[in-house]
Design a protein around this ligand. Structure first.
Ligand code: CTP
Ligand code: ZN
Length: 152
């Protein structure tokens, strides 16, 4: 017989649930969204079982609703993330994240000679491939791809 569904992290009344985050990238997601700097109630769980991801993490932020542009910033580290918008304890909307066309900050240029690596310049990339992420640096035009992607 199937076990009744149990929540490992309590339900919220209103806010956003970000599910299907790869467990190893939970703290990167927290950093990218600036969740360490807001005073909303936040609960999270990590190393939860997931058929798709192996180990997943989930974050629940009470009374917070993100702009799509802000949430898409996590696509580099949590491409399969699912957003659930909660109102009155009900899931009223589900969204997926999409890799944006440009990435400002977040990623490090892999070219050691790039100005962004020795001057206080915010990195900036054009996304040349979204599937196997490939980023072209606005400053040195070198490509940083999935394998050498480092989050700042
Ligand atoms: N959730 C919550 N508080 C609520 C309602 C839902 O925290 N008041 C969370 C659930 O714990 C779940 C997510 O929001 O992690 C999505 O809820 P639901 O669509 O009911 O779950 P599933 O059907 O398992 O979603 P999916 O398979 O799309 O991930
Ligand atoms: Zn560069």
């Amino acid at each position: 017989m199937k076990e009744p569904k149990q929540l490992s992290v309590s339900a919220i009344q209103n806010g956003t649930v970000i599910d299907h985050i790869p467990a190893r990238n939970l703290f990167k997601v927290i950093q990218i969204l600036g969740l360490d700097r807001i005073d909303h109630q936040i609960t999270f769980g990590t190393n939860l079982e997931s058929k798709k991801l192996g180990k997943k993490a989930i974050i629940k932020i009470a009374d917070k609703f993100f702009e799509d542009d802000d949430i898409n910033r996590i696509a580099l580290v949590a491409p399969d993330a699912k957003l659930n918008i909660i109102r009155g304890y009900e899931v009223v909307e589900k969204k997926v994240v999409e890799v944006p066309d440009t990435i400002v900050g977040i990623a490090k240029c892999m070219n050691p000679k790039c100005i962004t690596n020795f001057e206080p310049v915010t990195t900036r990339f054009r996304v040349v491939s979204k599937k196997n992420v490939s980023l072209k640096c606005h400053y040195c035009e070198k490509i940083t791809n999935q394998e050498n992607l480092q989050i700042i």
